[in-house]
Design a protein around this ligand. Sequence first.
Ligand code: NAD
Ligand code: UD1
Length: 377
Amino acid sequence: MQILEATGPRSLANFASCWLCALAHLLITGGAGFIGSHTALVLLEAGHSLVVLDNFSNSSPESLRRVAELAGLSDASRLTVVEGDIRSAADLDRAFNAGARPALAPKSIEGVIHFAGLKAVGESVQEPLRYWDVNVGGSRSLVEAMRRHGCRRLVFSSSATLYGYPEAGPIPETAPVQPINPYGHSKAAAEQLLADVAGSEPGWHIARLRYFNPVGAHPSGRIGEDPGGTPNNLFPFISQVAVGRRPQLQVFGGDWPTADGTGVRDYIHVMDLAEGHRAAIDRLLSHAPELLTLNLGSGQGHSVLELVRAFEQASGCSVPTAIGARREGDAASTVADPSRAATVLGWRTRRSLAEICRDGWAWQRANPQGYGSPTSA
Ligand code: NAD
Ligand code: UD1
């Protein structure tokens, strides 16, 4: 792995071997983050070569060092990391040019997976302009850079948050887009931007992937989710209670119209999600231009208390809970209808709730402070 900082290379590596074996050369924005790092690993294992562009505003380069290690990249040949911002045309050009190595092979970036963005709902209510700037403005800058560099294949990280308060039952992609907070609005706007671009000129291959609730970690426990501060989301909160960082979980409402009264969500193992991205980019690389909109979820709903019990079983630790008030903006139940992704990509989730908890616990136990101070180097 080589890291290109704003000022130049941190270390140099031998790039020659990769060009012979790589399937495609891809740009991954936000590739150091939770979903990006797991996806980068899956893509490297599939033989693709990658340029990651990340400003590390919510991640650490350590995640990518571990990705390189897990992928067995001892000669550091297929992973280039560019430290930079998706809102900067110059940083984007550096990333696209880091992918073009005509001396070694006449190859440039063939596809982009766009993870970089901000994702905290509460923060988006406090700072909506930042969310529009990064999530919408950043996506626009990226698309402009893609046009400059002649690249028209894009996988975009969208979210089930677009569905707002959905009607009961599995949610198909045809359900109304009606976000209820600035984060959701910014994702809806970026989706619309991509539809407008695809409609304005031929040749675009775009997949807008709407994730449900990504959780868990790579089974090695080497990479995982590393939220800064108090986690907003349930799974990392439960993990931190189990490892002793927090005393108890507050359950946001026990009077929802669900089987046990607690909220129901569609939890998807991050490795299943990563494999969904691999299937999506492979599709875009091999099919005619198209605009896809796909839910990535398991189709199975689990309540807060079910997840707590599964985590206790996987970890052997107790997770004390207290039922509190409902959280503003929550829905009772959000579960995907994932059938379109199965038909279009031939992809479906394979991992169970027990595996989600086992792998999430492996990560949390080995890295109680995240990438900050791991107990196992
Ligand atoms: P994450 O915060 O772990 O990863 C995002 C990465 O983008 C980080 O490495 C961060 O440093 C980087 N980044 C942020 N702003 C940037 C900028 N301006 N320029 C360059 N890099 C920047 O988040 P994640 O959970 O991996 O989510 C990835 C994507 O998936 C996000 O777009 C998010 O909105 C979307 N998503 C996440 C979830 C979820 O529950 N995790 C659910 C639905 C959708
Ligand atoms: C939240 C966001 C959503 C975003 C998603 C992924 C809100 C309202 N929704 O979704 O926009 O796309 O994260 O980033 O913030 N819960 C507790 N106690 C906790 C935390 C959560 O009981 O401490 C419950 C919630 O009420 C919910 C379930 O756990 O029923 C899952 O919550 P969470 O992990 O935050 O995900 P979402 O609410 O689905």
